[in-house]
Design a protein around this ligand. Structure first.
Ligand SMILES: Nc1ncnc2c1ncn2[C@@H]1O[C@H](COP(=O)(O)OP(=O)(O)OP(=O)(O)O)[C@@H](O)[C@H]1O
Ligand SMILES: [Mg+2]
Length: 223
């Protein structure tokens, strides 16, 4: 039984009075549990659009998405939000950490939203900070962290509710190669330690080659 199946996914953006934009043109994809997948492709190819649909934060114009044989876009909004919160962690192209809160608090937030107790959230967040090598930065706010450190906090936050799937959109986008390598090591360790399935959009070929599969997006299709 496959973990994720995408069937004939299309995404068409349509703005009033403008020509429609056919971004995804029939994506078919099967992903087994615990695998790591890199998605590469030029700017505007539709990588983020695909990731957002996989993360159920955007709807396809056509096609179906199955998680463990469940057709998730047939869920109502409430059920879909709860499914997403329990199963999927998202690292965005731009990290979206909350600037007023410390690294520790940023990681605790989704756990508290998931109605866990304060001590439980703190214990988990401290463990995750340690996993990403940032134990000594728990009280720093995002503005007091380097770009690579902010990204590692974003990864820890995405893992806070023990998701089965981690989606990361160019997690090393603006970082130098040394820092990028550190982040790849963190992702690899997390994949092994927690058997989290990972789908990572990247421009970095080193990461592309270290994953189980590397898929290329060209003109709205996967090669
Ligand atoms: N909400 C939207 N409405 C209309 N067009 C959109 C919308 N979001 C994205 N697009 C268009 O869809 C195309 C694909 O965008 P997407 O963000 O998926 O690209 P990408 O492959 O992630 O690019 P990058 O590498 O630059 O992040 C782009 O041409 C973009 O302009
Ligand atoms: Mg993108």
């Amino acid at each position: 039984m496959s973990f994720i199946i995408m069937k004939n996914i299309h995404k068409i953006y349509k703005k009033n009075g403008q020509r429609e934009l056919h971004v995804l043109k029939g994506i078919n994809l099967t992903i087994e549990k615990g695998k790591t997948i890199a998605i590469i492709g030029s700017s505007g190819a539709g990588k983020s659009t695909l990731l957002h649909i996989l993360g159920t934060i955007d709807q396809p114009t056509e096609g179906e998405l199955f998680y463990n044989q469940q057709n998730v876009f047939s869920y109502d909004n409430k059920k879909l939000a709860s499914f997403r919160n329990k199963n999927i962690g998202f690292v965005f192209q731009f990290h979206h950490l909350l600037p007023e809160f410390s690294a520790l608090e940023n990681i605790m937030m989704p756990i508290l939203i998931n109605r866990k107790s304060l001590p439980e959230a703190k214990e988990k967040a401290l463990q995750l900070l340690d996993d990403v090598g940032l134990s000594s930065r728990e009280n720093h706010k995002p503005g007091e962290l380097s770009g690579g450190e902010q990204q590692r906090v974003a990864i820890a936050r995405a893992l806070s509710n023990n998701p089965e799937l981690l989606l990361a959109d160019e997690p090393t986008g603006n970082l130098d190669s040394n820092t990028s390598n550190k982040i790849f090591q963190v992702l690899n360790t997390i994949n092994k330690e927690y058997s989290v399935t990972m789908i990572v959009v990247t421009h970095n070929h080193v990461l592309g080659e270290s994953t189980d599969f590397c898929l290329k997006m060209v003109d709205g299709r996967l090669e």
